[in-house]
Design a protein around this ligand. Sequence first.
Ligand code: AMP
Ligand code: GLY
Length: 422
Amino acid sequence: MRVLLVGNGAREDALGWRIASSPSCDALFTTPGNAGTALHGTNWNLSVTDAKGIAQRALEERIDLVVIGPETAIAAGVADRARELGLAVFGPNRSIGRLESSKSFAKRFMERNGVPSARYAVVHGLDHARKVLATWGERGVVVKADGLAAGKGVVVTSGPAEAETLLAHWYGDRAIPGGGSDVVLEERLVGRELSVFALCDGRAMMPFIAACDYKRAGDGDTGPNTGGMGAYSPPHGFPEGFMDIVRESIFAPMLRDLAAENERYIGVLYAGLMWCADGPKVIEFNVRFGDPETQVLMPRIGGDFAGLLKSCADGTIDLSLAHVNPEPCVGVVLASSKYPTESTPVADLPADLRLPEGVRAFWGSSHIVDGKVSSPGGRVLTVTAVAATLHDARERAYEGVRSLRERFGDADLTFRSDIALF
Ligand code: AMP
Ligand code: GLY
């Protein structure tokens, strides 16, 4: 099978590595890819939002399966275009992709269909927001820009006063992340977070694997929200049978709702959940694999992962094609030092990372120039390790971080030191 993977982050390096090593994959192409995917196959230079170009080239190159990584490609209609040309696609069409690209669409969808989630309101301006906040009392408020903002459009505030100050800035200075004008206000949920990934073939929705990620920039969950600074899998400290609870309380109603609204969902549905005193509630849905979660999921998957994704794309999901190994995996993100405020380019990194046994690193957005890797900054690498226990996986991942920092010399990179530390 010839597989085309769309994307250029560390998620795609991890997906590409796992797909290329699947028995049913004969050739992998990635567009535009990065320094890591170049080692698993061939990179094309079409942008992830060039829906027409990607679909056309996939047809010409006799691609058997298109796998879509980032939400921007889904929002640009890459899946729709490719399906129109008769290609098998792992990734949802744009209309249902709004579960991620519009927070208000997702909230209304969940409310209509009884999927547990935080109380919310959609506001269209500062006066409107003030009126809503006046009725909410002193509880914590989460302020969310409606559109896609690369993980940077959400601010968890301590209460209505802080929320109002932020909204005055967003509306007053036209500074709403993502550039829209609607904002979702949400009740702040209290609990522990986890991400559950369900594989979907248009009819079935199967929770497959789960992880926990770390969204704040600094140790101890301080600092601004980022795209994610680290992750581990499987989740630790949740009730036994938590995947079954999530299947029943989150994915079963989602599946019924999609059927009721005549939507066929093919791809991965990522439920970002808060485990509250009364059970799991949805914080967000994403319509793709997570980053950095994927970097800790792929090292745990065995069997024919590419075949499993193809079975989803064909509407005949077959979970027996691949399996999840019990050994835990921990991943630590190395980011340029001012991330997420600024991205500082990093150049001249070695392409051959020579990591200790059991450690694997995945490149974020990057290019190889004269045998060296250059990165525009942001999340440069995710360093992962699998071991018999979470503790050992963590130790090994940080060993990998240390060895890379030594090899990288003066590259100005930062990381969190408390990933999977309990
Ligand atoms: P989102 O982009 O919607 O996933 O939000 C980013 C992060 O903000 C989440 O991972 C949570 O840590 C936090 N967050 C979002 N919504 C809520 C909420 N209703 N209650 C508490 N924390 C939240
Ligand atoms: N790790 C969070 C995300 O991929 O959205």
